[in-house]
Design a protein around this ligand. Structure first.
Ligand code: HEM
Length: 268
């Protein structure tokens, strides 16, 4: 018999209205993805493998599916949070100006010099993890989680949304405070923060995802002034979906920064 267990904190679980829908959606989507990925009728770009690292059409599709919505969704949440916290946006812009200047565009190699931008992305992933239930895992052996004995072969869903927004673990978890991430060493802090999962089946695209989001978000902050479309705070409602999309797409106003106009006008 197959069990499904959601590893979560009971109290904070109650604050997650989308979790039941997400869970069934996750399982439905996972099984249709698996069927699609296992469909041998679609011709492969390359013959069956002789090297484990060789790319196949299936591998490409998996990476595309796993890497696009997660990264773009994280950027959308980050920008939404920044628009609602203009003082944090200004601080990020000042960090970029101070370290890169306005003579050239931000490059990937600059990201290591932008710790505050990194904190903004980590704090966004804490509040709005792109994989709120990770992906379903199966216990290969009997194990104990908390005080529960989990039989071998159990499907386990780890509710990282609840863990990362748990008021018993985080001070004022509903507040967007990138500075709190300065104290989290190695990005995980004893499994309090796991937006990329953990262990052998953790996200292999973690480094790429962080760089893509950092480069894109950093460039938008470097080149443009951003504003909300109205006086009121931007909508932060969570929609339903495997990768925690926003309920309503982000709308924002942007104008090129006067100091960047010359550089932007020479871009091809
Ligand atoms: C901000 C960006 C991203 C986030 C938040 C993210 C998050 C995650 C999470 C939570 C998992 C499940 C881990 C687990 O269950 O323990 C995962 C798995 C995975 N991710 Fe990412 N991901 C991101 C970007 C990417 C990118 C850019 C790629 C590849 C180009 C990628 C490829 C994968 C793959 C192939 C898996 C399945 C790994 C396995 O089952 O062994 N991800 N990701």
């Amino acid at each position: 018999m197959m069990f499904t267990i959601v590893i979560s904190n009971k109290e904070s679980h109650a604050h997650v209205p989308m979790i039941p829908e997400l869970k069934s959606l996750a399982l439905k989507n996972m099984s249709s993805w698996m069927d699609e990925l296992n469909d041998v009728s679609t011709p492969r770009k390359v013959p069956p493998l002789s090297l484990p690292i060789q790319q196949t059409k299936d591998d490409d599709r998996t990476l595309l599916l796993a890497g696009t919505d997660t990264s773009s969704g994280t950027m959308e949440w980050a920008m939404s949070l920044l628009l609602n916290h203009p003082e944090i946006l200004k601080k990020a812009q000042a960090e970029i100006d101070g370290s890169i200047g306005q003579e050239r565009l931000l490059e990937e190699s600059d990201l290591s010099k932008l710790p505050y931008l990194h904190c903004i992305i980590s704090e966004t992933l804490r509040m709005y993890p792109a994989g709120p239930l990770l992906v379903p895992h199966e216990s290969s052996e009997e194990c104990i989680v908390g005080s529960y004995t989990i039989p071998r072969g159990t499907m386990l869903l780890v509710n990282i949304w609840a863990i990362q927004n748990d008021p018993k673990i985080w001070v004022d978890p509903t507040e967007f405070r990138p500075a709190r991430m300065e104290r989290i060493e190695g990005g995980r802090d004893g499994f309090k923060l796991m937006p990329f999962g953990s262990g052998r089946r953790g996200c292999p695209g973690e480094s790429l995802g962080m760089r893509m989001v950092g480069l894109a978000l950093g460039s938008l902050i470097q080149c443009f002034e951003w504003e909300r479309v109205g006086e009121e705070m931007g909508d932060m409602e969570e929609g339903t979906g495997l990768t925690l999309p926003k309920a309503k797409p982000l709308l924002a106003k942007c104008t090129p920064r006067s100091t960047m106009l010359d550089l932007l006008s020479h871009l091809r």
